[in-house]
Design a protein around this ligand. Structure first.
Ligand code: 7PM
Length: 287
């Protein structure tokens, strides 16, 4: 199977057990004009708490991937993301992933000390593949049909899981052609991205099929609208659903769980892993 550690620039990620990736908000404070300072401070405090709660990775993004979100211009994304990436590495020694699709942000993030590139567009934007190859960093490839702006309009699949696996297989091949070694890749089925409720549920049920790609699997379900639709819960009430889904994904092979509620997610991920490991332990006793 895939290796148990992942080399992430200056840092190493231990994947002998599943880990939690904390989602760090770096939304700009539009009400204070010298805001960049307060923004960075707030992000650092939130990051410290997530690390204390057991996050192995901190995911930093410019909030441009939400459905219907206005695209952020390149300079704005750089200004938001790069100082945070730099501070998290230097001041907290954190392993940082950068949620970006932009070549310049990939390049500058790597130079600022980021450890993982997390691209919901799987390096399909111009120059992104080359920038990721040059960065030497691991890359998370995520499945999405279409673009964030229009993706929820009317997604269609004949077989959602098979199409997700086929898409990821193609992106892996494209990365290898561009000089990104297979050992540097992670895969993500992209829950909530251009998928209706039935697509998301079936994809979760069949998620173990992604293990055929033989790469570490990352998933993000935290607080997504899926729980709003299935459980009729507002975004502030989606933690139980998110935790149940995290457990189910770990049972089906997920090794990195992206989440807002780090402390709670770390507990359920550890417990799901302990149950999975008990089988291995009893097999060891028998042999
Ligand atoms: C709808 C969809 C609302 C997505 C909000 C989001 C993922 C990610 C995001 C994910 C990876 C959110 C997001 N989701 N990166 N970035 N996997 N790799 O919940 O599922 O913050 S954005």
């Amino acid at each position: 199977m895939h290796p148990i550690t992942l080399s992430c620039g200056a840092r190493t990620l231990d994947l002998s057990a599943p880990v939690v990736m904390g989602v760090l908000n770096v939304t700009p404070d539009s009400f204070s004009d010298g805001g960049r300072y307060t923004e960075r401070d707030a992000a650092l405090r939130q990051a410290e708490q997530m690390l204390r709660d057991g996050a192995a990775i901190l995911d930093v993004g410019g909030e441009s991937t939400r459905p219907g979100a206005a695209p952020v211009c390149e300079q704005e994304e750089l200004d938001r993301v790069i100082p945070i990436v730099e501070a998290l590495g230097r001041e907290l020694d954190a392993l940082v992933s950068v949620d970006t699709s932009t070549a310049a942000v990939i390049r500058d993030s790597a130079a600022a000390g980021a450890g993982i590139i997390n691209d919901v567009r799987s390096l399909r934007r111009p120059g992104a593949m080359q920038a990721a190859a040059a960065s030497q960093l691991p890359v998370c490839l995520m499945h999405m049909q279409g673009e964030p702006g229009s993706m929820q309009d009317n997604p269609h699949y004949d077989d959602v899981t098979a199409e997700v696996v086929a898409f990821l297989r193609e992106q892996i091949a494209a990365c290898e052609r561009a000089g990104i070694a297979r050992e540097r890749l992670l895969v993500d089925p992209g829950f909530g991205f251009a998928k209706n409720v039935q697509h998301n549920l079936l994809l979760m049920q069949e998620m173990a099929d992604l293990q055929s790609l033989a790469l570490p699997i990352l998933i993000g379900v935290s607080r997504k609208s899926l729980f709003g639709k299935v459980l009729n819960r507002d975004v502030s009430e989606r933690l139980p659903g998110s935790l149940a889904a995290a457990v189910m994904c770990v049972e089906r092979g997920a090794m990195i769980v992206r989440a807002h509620d780090v402390k709670e997610t770390v507990d359920v991920v550890r417990f799901a892993h302990a149950v999975r490991e008990s089988q291995r332990e009893s097999q060891k006793e028998l042999s």
